[in-house]
Design a binder for this molecule. Structure first.
Ligand code: HAM
Length: 433
């Protein structure tokens, strides 16, 4: 076993796994385009205060899981790897004055996030998210659009049976009274709470509701419900979100304990699970409204809503469901030849086919024709182009490796012949579109 290994909690995506991630990225990009969310990028690291002020200092993500970068002596700024995309996107929205564009600004971001969490199945220190945000519209129709978009992603990605959990956590006008009710509920049990939870009873009691500690889960079951404490405006918003979801025929389950792990949320929160699975680690994705975040990061009060879907967990779920899409990457044709030494000739013919947009490989090993043909079949190629003596008169042999048939074609016509043959074999995936 080599002594150099990928860091704990990270994984290499070998080509067959990267192909699955590529499939998910294509599904996400296609949906983002259709729904009008334009792709953008932010740096993989930001000033720590973007996350401290945005996500909240008293959250697992900032307190325990932030990958802080050692400060360089020559610079004052302290940076951390991004644990999520929303805070950075809102920072960019403010920095580039996107408030002056027609609102809402709808964006999509695909990429790796970093959290220094205890690694386990489905929980990594580097993981991929598809994030979408719509900034500048108070909803509630937009809330429904976003939830429906998330649900459609799973379906289009090949994962059926994904359930939507929905809640509202109110806003600064109704949440304080609820938080007091929550404190009153937990306080008599303070002595028996685990240390982290006991501290949070004072600092951030909402977080007690999604604690993973078994004792807490039991206590939370009897806790007062936020939905009973919503102010008139938040209650009306929540009702309207539900009406819009009903109108779209989107089924969901209300879950009053869905408070989410980041501080910026207001009103609508939601998470996606495979049916029958729940609990923090298994969420396939989640999001919500964050009407206070723009202001937290220094802008004027501006509403926003978005989600992030965990692509690693979708990959795992597809694998468990036996629904991993075919790897792809097989060449349509491999150019082989009777003269083992004629590698330049084979390479030149393959290069010509590639220039025509076809997925072609040349056998560049100096070995007998039989071995070259074996290699072509092992690669999953549909056709072998066999270069022999007839090349003198401008001809090559085109062998259909699946049908076992072979015919002579003009080298000049090879690309057109291959394209036609590929189409009639429905071999479209091997051809670049
Ligand atoms: P989040 O719930 O922290 O929300 O993460 C969203 C999803 O990312 C999770 O449901 C999960 O699928 C995946 N995920 C999170 N941590 C890990 C991990 N350590 N390993 C693997 N997958 C993970 C956010 O990040 C918010 N920014 C979502 C949002 C966007 N809210 C509004 N806009």
């Amino acid at each position: 076993m080599p002594d150099l290994r990928a860091p704990r909690g990270t994984r290499d995506l070998l080509p067959s796994e990267r192909a699955v991630l590529g499939h998910l990225e294509r599904v996400a990009r296609d949906l983002a385009g259709r729904y009008g969310y334009r792709e953008m990028e932010t740096p993989l690291f930001e000033q720590v205060s973007v996350f401290e002020r945005g996500i909240g200092e008293i959250t697992d993500v900032v307190e325990k899981e932030l990958f802080r970068l050692a400060p360089r002596t020559d610079e004052g700024d302290v940076y951390a790897l991004r644990p999520e995309a929303t805070a950075g996107i809102v920072r960019a929205y403010l920095q580039h004055g996107l408030q002056t564009l027609p609102q809402p600004v709808k964006v999509s971001l695909l990429g790796p996030m970093f959290r220094h969490d205890r690694p386990q199945a489905g929980r990594y220190r580097q993981f991929w998210q598809w994030d979408v945000e719509a900034i500048g519209d108070p909803g509630p129709a937009l809330d429904a659009e976003i939830v429906e978009l998330g649900a459609r992603f799973y379906r289009d990605a090949g994962l059926g049976d994904v359930e939507i959990l929905l809640n509202s956590i109110g806003d600064p006008s109704c949440r304080p009274a609820y938080i007091e009710a929550l404190r009153a509920h937990f306080r008599p049990h303070a002595d028996r709470l685990p240390p982290v939870e006991r501290a949070r009873l004072e600092t951030n009691p909402l977080r007690l509701l999604d604690s993973k500690d078994p004792r807490m889960i039991e206590l939370s079951a009897a806790a007062p419900s936020i939905v009973d404490h919503l102010c008139a405006e938040c209650a009306a918003h929540f009702r309207a979100v539900r009406v819009h979801l009903d109108e779209l025929g989107i089924a969901y389950r209300l879950d009053i304990r869905l408070v989410r792990g980041l501080d910026y949320y207001t009103r609508t929160t939601f998470e996606f699970y495979r049916r029958g699975e729940s609990g923090q680690q298994q969420a396939l994705g989640g999001g919500g409204r964050y009407d206070g975040l723009v202001q937290l990061l220094g802008g004027k009060p501006t509403p926003g809503i978005g989600f992030a879907l965990g692509l690693d967990r979708v990959m795992l779920a597809l694998e468990q469901a036996g629904a991993t899409p075919a790897g792809g990457g097989e060449p349509l044709a491999v150019v082989v030849g009777a003269d083992p030494a004629a590698t330049a000739l084979r390479l030149r013919i393959a290069t010509g086919l590639r220039a025509e947009g076809l997925a072609a490989r040349a056998d560049l090993g100096v070995r007998k024709l039989g071995r070259q043909l074996e290699g072509a079949a092992r690669d999953g190629a549909h056709f072998a182009v066999i270069v022999g003596d007839e090349l003198a008169s401008g001809d090559v042999q085109l062998r259909d490796l699946e049908a076992g048939t072979q015919r002579t074609v003009r080298l000049d016509d090879l690309a057109r012949e291959l394209r036609r043959a590929a189409a009639s074999h429905h071999h479209g995936t091997a051809e670049r579109g």
